[in-house]
Design a protein around this ligand. Structure first.
Ligand SMILES: Cc1cc2nc3c(=O)[nH]c(=O)nc-3n(C[C@H](O)[C@H](O)[C@H](O)COP(=O)(O)OP(=O)(O)OC[C@H]3O[C@@H](n4cnc5c(N)ncnc54)[C@H](O)[C@@H]3O)c2cc1C
Length: 386
């Protein structure tokens, strides 16, 4: 694995950094304060090509490698996790699944619009009674008039109120358990698709999160992604890309926490000298630097494995587990460095902490990542009864 970025990757990184500073950072605080899902900003992010960076150019994407995608997500994540969520969900959870499992017709129908941001996609796996045990879907799909009717409910769905296309998972035959699951590309304008905005979140207040009820939602046979029975595999393949993206965004939070803390520590004077001169403050900065570097290296390793076509599920879980927990700690430490000033939104660090808290919950909690890693180490799957 080469730790040196190519000239093109450096340019992509510098462009994403400059774009984030100019367009995203400015708006992050106000959008957070107002719980505003900033569609205008989403449009600018789409115009940068950041909603389909790993999608090949023939389907309207930027055709980038995973490492480059991770560099972009890190920068966007440093600026605003709510906007990073848009990039991650649209690109990793939805586009990557269509790219891997879709027919040519489905790829041409959905991907160019999703990459341009003309449509947003959402990913509906979680249900009110189904979280970590994702195979246990209560939402049902049954055949009707040459297509499908979907009934059930989804919970905590990012972009669920604004998406035009929903990748929904449903059970077609409960007796088959996870082998009965299917994935559907659903037009959210269909009657019976009813999203409801979830308010009062701890963080990600500038992102759109929905509870969705599904009442006889019609999907044509051409909306089935993959085959009946592929649903669980499709969900896991989306999450493999999504976990990488969440981890990359968390590297951005680590770096943002460190940068803000170094700056503040050099400016803030106590006992007649900058607090940066105190050894215990330097220890906090050093701890953050360590976690930032380690998280980034793990993300780059996962990206390298994906780009070279090697197995990467375990390494992606390692990166997601470490980067999310590291980012939670870095954001918390950054508030400590800022003292009372870190407790209000004059500085980005309190938003970092509120926003990052969810990352060890979604796309597989930290406990679930540990069980994936444990399965790789022991060959024993703790998620199924022994
Ligand atoms: C803001 C936000 C956005 C989200 N966006 C999406 C989205 O776009 N699409 C989507 O489908 N979902 C989304 N989610 C849902 C998220 O993926 C779930 O919350 C997550 O998978 C955990 O499920 P749960 O909340 O039901 O917790 P539970 O599964 O009930 O877990 C509760 C606790 O029990 C632990 N636990 C559960 N099972 C085990 C086990 N076998 N061993 C050890 N510990 C265990 C968990 O680790 C956790 O600590 C989002 C959630 C939030 C909060």
């Amino acid at each position: 694995m080469d730790l040196e970025l190519t000239d093109e990757q450096r340019l992509i990184q510098a462009t994403a950094r400059e774009f984030t500073e100019r367009e995203i950072v400015e708006r992050a605080r106000e959008n957070d304060r107002n719980e505003h899902f900033d569609l205008e900003l989403v449009g600018k992010i789409a115009a940068q090509g950041y909603l389909g960076s790993i999608v090949p150019e023939q389907y309207g994407g930027a055709g980038l490698d995973y490492l480059s995608y991770g560099l972009i997500v890190e920068e966007v994540g440093r600026g605003c996790s709510s906007m990073r969520t848009v990039v991650s969900v649209n690109t990793s959870l939805v586009c990557s699944a269509i790219l891997r499992w879709g027919t040519e017709e489905q790829k041409h129908r959905y991907l160019p619009k999703l990459c341009r941001g003309e449509w947003l996609g959402c990913f509906g796996l979680t249900e009110p009674d189904t979280g970590s045990d994702a195979a246990n879907q209560r939402t049902r799909a049954r055949r009707s008039n040459g297509g499908w009717l979907i009934n059930g409910a989804k919970m905590w769905i990012s972009l669920g109120n604004h998406a035009k296309v929903a990748l929904l998972f449903a059970q077609t035959d409960p007796e088959k358990k996870h082998r009965g699951l299917a994935a559907f590309l659903v037009d959210t304008d269909q009657p019976g698709f009813q999203p409801q905005l979830i308010h009062h979140k701890l963080g990600l207040r500038g992102s759109d999160t929905a509870a969705i009820s599904l009442d006889d939602v019609e999907v044509g046979e051409d909306g089935l992604l993959g085959e009946v029975g592929d649903g669980f595999k499709i969900a896991m393949s989306s999450l493999d890309s999504g976990r990488y993206s969440v981890a990359a965004g968390c590297v951005g939070i680590c770096q943002g926490s460190l940068d803000a803390s170094v700056k503040y520590a050099k400016e803030r004077v106590q006992f007649g000298r900058p607090i940066a001169s105190f050894q215990l403050v330097q220890e906090m900065l050093a701890d953050m630097a360590l976690q930032t570097d380690a998280a980034r290296m793990l993300v780059w390793r996962a990206g390298y494995l994906k780009d070279t076509g090697q197995p990467s599920t375990t390494e992606t879980s390692v990166a997601k587990l470490y980067a999310t927990e590291a980012a939670i700690q870095c954001a918390n430490t950054a508030i400590q460095v800022h003292g009372g000033s870190g407790y209000v939104d004059d500085y980005p660090v309190e938003r970092y902490l509120r926003d990052v808290r969810v990352t060890s919950l979604y796309e597989g909690t930290s406990q679930i990542q540990k069980l994936i890693i444990g399965r790789a180490l022991t060959g024993i799957n703790a998620l199924v009864p022994q």
